[in-house]
Design a protein around this ligand. Sequence first.
Ligand SMILES: [Zn+2]
Ligand SMILES: [Zn+2]
Length: 213
Amino acid sequence: MEAETTIFDLDYILYSHFHPDHTAEFVPLIFATKYPDANRRKLPLTIIAARGWTEFFRGLKAVYGPWLELGDGLLRFRELNNQSNDFKKFSNFTLQSIPVEHNPESIAYRVTSSDGSSVVYSGDTDYSSNLIELAQGADLLICESALPDSKKVNGHLTPSAAGEIAARAGVHKLVLTHFYPDCENVDFRQQCRKTYNGPLLLAEDLMQIEVGT
Ligand SMILES: [Zn+2]
Ligand SMILES: [Zn+2]
């Protein structure tokens, strides 16, 4: 609502992997769609994720039962390959995905609109040559940068590592996101500038970024 839209306007949700910080809002979203006085979903909602999503959903259903059911075919699932590249065409965009270095089901996405503009989202990942391949020449790369350079952990990136990926992919703009509390009071721009010279933004809630023409 703060973004001046409603949950009924969402027609696709792309999950990068199943960790709770990425999927926990799925349950309240579906439940809110079922409120009796809010029976306003006309568009089907398609959930896109890597293989394993259906099983993950079955687990949620074991807990929540019919609270997670939407009638009339309004809830749909599309599973993508988590072992290699995948490609799907939708009515007004195409979707490419590629496995990244985090969980077995972790994939990064490239969304290309009908006018050719492209956004790549890393999901959570460690340094990934697959991500560099997927992001080649993208208009925008939204890349995780969970921790400062001095606190690098396995399975996550830092500003300079994300910058290196962006530079090698030749993206036109980089947005760093997924900041852990250790990122407070750290100069992320400066750390990212060690490896990347292009346009750079640090993500904030409700940020809107225009891409393409
Ligand atoms: Zn994760
Ligand atoms: Zn995460």
